[in-house]
Ligand binder design. Structure first.
Ligand code: AMP
Ligand code: TRP
Length: 350
């Protein structure tokens, strides 16, 4: 079972005010989209903290298949990607005895609460979301769901009275919107929702593309040389890291603006070995050894994950069963919160 270096103490808690006191058993919620595989940014920015959190918190994790529908999907591919992601999450170390792991669309309360959230968030707020701007610009088809995506995300989180939400830095704005919507709903209709806070890791919060280190690593990029997928074969991972873009001079220094490529390698190696990137930089005077050590650390981190994935993938029936158990637990947590929200806003009892 993977036990990650770093862990909860390394979080940067990004909140201004809190409506609930964090305790050892704080409810944690997070989600990940089943679209085209999982990359190193997902692992270092979010998923390894999911694993850590299941030991100390009441952790609820969700494969957000409804969020995947905001862009057109091939139905067979979406189904396969949902199961593959569940296998991968278990391979990374999520244990359904320790946490609640389920598929978003198996719990209809998400879609139902999302409508109440859409009616609480404003058009202007949603329009300001940078992820919407990035994903809609230049697209020939922009679904209404892509625009209201953060309202569904707010519903995901608020439905579980979540206090902490471990995510990468790119989700900070969505978390702030969730907080604003919860506060607005509570002040309009009376105390209903717990106002959550983002938990963003210090190291690895934003893993950048290896070829274009000013862009975040992303699976939607067609520059696959810049993106390390967790299931890439280990030799190709080594090649990708060794070919990573650095700079023309040869100084090893952590300086995101001046040396984005080198800083990204230092962050990755730091996140993989539980150190700050500045501290990692002190050990190197040349790019070659930095790349070799980064490749080795990443490969050693992924090797056991890949082995476990292969094992789990042989028994999809067991995964389906575990997801059903997760959905049952999730429904029983979500139901009273949805009932509270319906009551607060003035829907009649059913
Ligand atoms: P997604 O694959 O977009 O559903 O993202 C799942 C999680 O990974 C979210 O918490 C993101 O914030 C995080 N994440 C995605 N890309 C990166 C990246 N390049 N660096 C760090 N975290 C990331
Ligand atoms: N929007 C998140 C992302 O793109 C995924 C997500 C959906 C999520 N619902 C969530 C993350 C709830 C945290 C909590 O990465």
């Amino acid at each position: 079972m993977a036990k990650w270096v770093g862990g909860v103490e390394t979080y940067l808690v990004a909140s201004v005010t809190m409506s609930s006191t964090s305790t050892a058993q704080a409810r944690v919620f997070s989600g990940i989209k089943p679209t085209g595989g999982v990359h190193l940014g997902n692992l270092l920015g979010a998923l390894r903290n999911w694993v850590e959190d299941q030991y100390a918190h009441d952790a609820v994790y969700c494969v957000v298949d409804l969020h995947a529908l905001t862009v057109p999907q091939d139905p067979a591919e979406l189904r396969a990607a949902t199961i593959e992601l569940a296998h991968l999450l278990m391979a990374i170390g999520l244990d359904s005895e320790l946490c609640t792991l389920f598929v978003q669309s198996h719990v209809p309360a998400h879609a139902e609460l999302a409508w109440l959230m859409e009616c609480t968030a404003s058009f202007g707020e949603l329009r300001r979301m940078t992820q919407f701007k990035d994903k809609s610009e230049g697209s020939e088809f922009v679904s209404a769901g892509l625009f209201t995506y953060p309202a569904l995300m707010a519903a995901d989180i608020l439905l579980y009275d979540a206090e902490r939400v471990p995510v990468g830095d790119d989700q900070r704005q969505h978390l702030e919107l969730t907080r604003d919507v919860a506060i607005r709903f509570n002040s309009r209709y009376g105390d209903t929702f717990v106002v959550p806070e983002a938990a963003i890791p210090r190291a690895g919060a934003r893993v950048m593309d290896l070829q274009e280190p000013t862009n975040k690593m992303s699976k939607s990029d067609d520059t696959s040389a810049g993106c390390i997928m967790l299931l890439d074969d280990l030799d190709s991972i080594e090649k990708k890291i060794k070919r990573a873009v650095t700079d023309t001079d040869s100084e090893v220094r952590f300086d995101i603006a001046g040396k984005p490529g080198v800083s990204n390698l230092l962050s990755i190696l730091g996140a993989a070995t539980g150190r700050e990137p500045e501290e990692v930089a002190e050990g190197y005077s040349q790019y070659g050894p930095l790349k070799a050590d980064t490749a080795e650390a990443v490969i050693e981190m992924l090797r056991p994950i890949q082995a476990r994935f292969t094992e789990l993938a042989t028994d999809p029936g067991e995964t389906a069963r575990l997801l059903e158990v997760g959905a049952d637990k999730a429904r029983s947590m979500a139901h009273p919160v949805l009932a509270r929200a319906r009551q607060s806003i003035g829907l009649t009892a059913r």
